[in-house]
Ligand binder design. Structure first.
Ligand code: ADP
Length: 260
């Protein structure tokens, strides 16, 4: 008989992630779709693709838990859990110790502290502005006419320090234009943009103790981990597939819920 499937759907403001696990919490499949304007369509497509990836059928799905900014839009979910709970659960599944989790997403940052038993001790969230988030980096990349997927490699070629003093995305975009006019290199501006994101995150929390980073920004731009480690003076780890950490947490909650 086919494994029963437990599904976590994390509808982020930028990307919708689905993770499918079996009853033991082993990952069987996953998928990512841009959330776009229609969260319902994105979550449906991502679910279908993840079920395919698991080589299974939708009829094998036992429980679906949704999470993330758009979690209430997932009409086919059996229940919902907050992003904070799911990110904590997803990261704890891999590390199983006390830590501070930094999730850098498309439009918000979360800092979650959990104890040795995985219980949440504290959290902070920045959802007020795009500063320090993936959206900030995307805007800088757009202004420089560089694809976001090339930003990490570009920044690694940097030879001179360029500081972007405006945290605000709107002001930073203007600042970039003036830096380019003054002859600054895109590689140095790219690194400056990553440094700006790290500075903003560190301002939220000093990241003392074990630090773990998740989300799409660190997943695709590992330079952020290196710059963060440089800033705080100790290493910053990531779980496997850090962009799927919240969806994994939601899938693990789906296993628990189905048992109740
Ligand atoms: P959310 O959960 O808020 O939707 P994610 O954690 O999925 O956000 O992260 C989305 C961010 O990840 C984007 O804003 C972008 O900065 C970054 N990102 C996503 N895909 C890529 C890519 N291919 N290359 C570089 N950065 C990427």
């Amino acid at each position: 008989m086919a494994d029963k499937l437990y599904v976590g759907v994390d509808v982020g403001s930028s990307a919708t992630k689905v993770v499918i696990v079996n009853g033991k919490g082993t990952v069987l499949g996953k998928a990512l779709e841009q959330s776009g304007m229609d969260f319902v369509a994105a979550s449906k497509t991502a679910l279908e693709r993840a079920v395919n990836d698991a080589g299974a059928s939708i009829d094998d799905v036992a429980h679906i838990t949704s999470s993330g900014y758009g979690r209430k839009n997932v009409e086919f979910a059996n229940d919902t859990k907050t992003e904070i709970a799911c990110h904590a659960r997803g990261a704890y599944q891999h590390f199983r110790e006390a830590m501070t989790i930094v999730d850098i997403g498309g439009q918000d940052n979360k800092i979650i502290k959990i104890g040795a038993d995985g219980n949440r001790l504290d959290f902070k969230m920045n959802r007020k502005c795009a500063a320090g988030t993936g959206a900030f980096l995307e805007e800088i990349a757009r202004r420089m006419n560089v694809d976001m997927s090339e930003m990490d490699a570009l920044a690694r070629k940097s030879e001179e320090i360029v500081t972007i003093s405006s945290f605000c995305t709107v002001f930073a975009a203007t600042e970039i234009l003036s830096l380019i006019r003054q002859g600054a290199q895109t590689r140095d501006i790219a690194k400056g943009a990553f440094r700006s994101v790290v500075k903003r995150v560190i301002e939220m929390d000093s990241l003392a103790g074990k630090a773990v980073a998740t989300g799409g920004v660190v997943s695709h731009n590992p330079i952020v981990l290196e710059l963060m480690a440089e800033s705080i003076g100790h290493e910053v780890l990531t779980p496997p597939e850090p962009q799927f950490s919240g969806a994994l947490g939601a899938a693990l909650y789906a296993v628990d819920e189905a048992r109740q």
